[in-house]
Design a binder for this molecule. Structure first.
Ligand code: SF4
Length: 81
């Protein structure tokens, strides 16, 4: 199964909630109102960025959120094993 790294740039996130509305399986709101990766997939979280690894079962949902993000704050790349 392919794996994908999802990175959220919290410095450009405007906290409009589009990503967690479209794909709550991967994205949620943090304490600052910004987006972060949900705990079960999260590998890193700070004030400036949040990262996680997801499987291909969630890639369509995560890509829809990334494509809809108005500030292009979500980047997804395949993890080479
Ligand atoms: S869609 Fe983009 S700007 Fe909106 S909350 Fe998610 S990461 Fe932030």
């Amino acid at each position: 199964m392919a794996k994908y790294k999802v990175v959220i740039n919290k410095e450009t996130c405007i906290a409009d909630g589009v990503c967690w509305s479209l794909c709550p399986q991967v994205f949620e709101m943090d304490e600052q109102g910004k987006s972060r990766i949900v705990e079960s997939f999260r590998t890193e979280d700070s004030e400036s960025r949040s990262e996680g690894i997801i499987g291909d079962d969630l890639i369509d949902c995560a890509r829809a959120a990334a494509d809809a993000c108005p500030t292009a704050s979500i980047v997804i790349e395949e993890v080479k094993e």
